[in-house]
Design a protein around this ligand. Structure first.
Ligand code: URP
Ligand code: ZN
Ligand code: ZN
Length: 459
């Protein structure tokens, strides 16, 4: 199958060019002016942008969590991702306490293989740092699972103490892996949450107020300093607060290999959204939404490269039947928000349309930097020889986000009724057109497991 994309504007992280793109099979074969090659399909991209498929390096399909499980399967979640212009995800496989990493990885392969509609890789969540687990990390790195998430949050679930985190970091310093940290002081947060509940403050809003941004800043500084002593790089996931950003900036100014992502919800939503009685449960995630005055700091962090990536932390739970496990006790609301479908448009609308980010920086934080940081050299740019993961993006199309039209398998949207400018018209996954306007042309099982390399940024 050959597809010729004519008259588009190619937007890469490093340049914007007016050129045609020829896709042959699964790869980008040719880029040039006035290409006349024969093709099975010719697409007129006049007035549109041709961008590399977006890469979401933080998703939780089918994650068992909070007494239930994230609603999107690898099939439904990756189809929704594709509708929104995302052509690769990296999801988190989970090690259960007392079990081997391998068992967790096998379980995630069983969920994804033959079901994902777009390409996918895995990080590994380490819940239990033991000698055999440290040795297993080396094997996983060689098998393309090069990144590991640990938590200073969720005591009794995923929490690791400082010694365990430090040991995992020392191991990654030896094997070239990258430790990803959920950085909130979970021990102190649980004390505050218990006291808040005991005082009769039980609504979801108090999930937000119980998790101080100072305790995110403290944990961020702590894990950065542990990584410094272990001589290892560190990546902070879902950074939400000014206090945490200040620590990442300070470390980077010192020349430390500290990296961080934020998510659309922290750039565009705020603690005030959690204030509407139990409706606030729709916005319960950790770290929580912050007061709105944190948002401009995060946008600036993206502009100045203190934050390198925008991911979604897609972890969808239905409002009816899942989030309502927490009626009367905010501590029991499953933590997580849907978003894998909306990231590209939300960041275009909130970042590019407002002038906060250039189109090139938008592409960089959504696709190019994730590809480089997470060992996917065949992705992340419109360039000859790379996978033909391409999006023909209409930067002028206005549409309204709604649960009634989205493709995610969840019964609400955090952005219900929000009008945004910018939409994916056509999406190619390794050369195959999978989305054409509202039409789904992809298939379950088309996605391929990506054996990832070590991070390019760390070389
Ligand atoms: O609330 C969140 N973020 N849920 C997903 C699990 C995690 O911590 O990433
Ligand atoms: Zn987390
Ligand atoms: Zn997450």
């Amino acid at each position: 199958m050959r597809t010729l994309i004519k008259n588009g504007t190619i937007v890469n992280a490093d340049a914007t060019t007016q050129a045609d793109v020829l896709v042959d099979g699964e790869t980008i074969a040719l880029i040039g002016s006035d290409l006349t090659a024969t093709a099975d399909r010719t697409v007129d991209a006049s007035g549109k942008w041709v961008i590399p498929g977006a890469i979401d390096v933080h998703t939780h399909m089918e994650l068992p969590f909070g007494g239930t499980a994230a609603k999107d399967t690898f099939e439904t979640g990756t189809r929704a991702a594709a509708f929104g212009g995302t052509t690769t995800i990296v999801d988190f496989a989970v090690q259960s306490r007392g079990k081997a990493l391998r068992a967790g990885l096998d379980a995630w392969h069983a969920k994804a293989d033959g079901n994902a509609c777009i390409d996918y890789g895995f990080h590994m969540i380490i819940s239990d740092v033991r000698d055999d687990v440290l040795a297993e990390m080396d094997t996983l790195v060689d098998e393309g699972v090069t990144t590991f998430k640990l938590f200073t949050a969720y005591p009794g679930v995923f929490f690791s103490d400082d010694g365990a985190i430090f040991r995992a970091m020392q191991q990654s310093a030896k094997n070239g892996g990258l430790i990803m940290m959920h950085a909130e002081n979970g021990m102190a947060i649980d004390v505050v949450a218990g006291q808040t509940f005991d005082a009769g403050d039980t609504d979801p809003y108090y999930h937000g107020t119980s998790r101080s941004p100072v305790l995110e800043g403290e944990a961020t500084n702590r894990v950065i300093r542990l990584a410094e002593v272990a001589d290892a790089p560190v990546y902070i996931v879902h950074l939400s607060a000014r206090e945490a950003l200040n620590e990442v900036r300070r470390a980077r100014d010192e020349g430390l290999p500290a990296f961080a992502e934020t998510c659309p919800q922290y750039l565009l939503l705020s603690l005030e959204d959690m204030g509407d009685g139990f409706n606030g449960a729709k916005f319960v995630c950790s770290p929580p939404l912050r007061p709105a005055d944190h948002q401009e700091d995060l946008w600036l962090g993206l502009l100045k490269d203190d934050l390198q990536v925008v991911s979604t932390d897609h972890c969808p739970f239905d409002f009816h039947g899942q989030k309502d496990l927490g009626v009367g006790d905010f501590r029991k609301v499953p933590n997580g928000l849907p978003g894998v479908e909306n990231r590209v448009d939300l960041l275009h609308d909130g970042g590019v349309v407002t002038g906060r980010l250039s189109p090139n920086r938008w592409v960089e934080v959504l696709s190019t930097a994730p590809a480089r940081l997470f060992g996917l050299p065949q992705k992340g740019a419109v360039a000859v020889g790379l996978d033909a993961d391409l999006v023909i993006y209409d930067p002028a199309r206005r549409h309204t986000i709604s649960a009634s039209t989205h493709h995610m398998n969840v019964d609400y949207s955090c952005y219900e009724g929000r009008e945004v400018t910018g939409a994916a018209d056509l999406v190619l996954s390794r050369g195959k057109i999978v989305v054409d306007g509202d039409e789904w042309l992809g298939a379950k099982g088309d996605g391929r497991f990506l054996k990832r390399q070590r991070s390019e940024y760390l070389k």
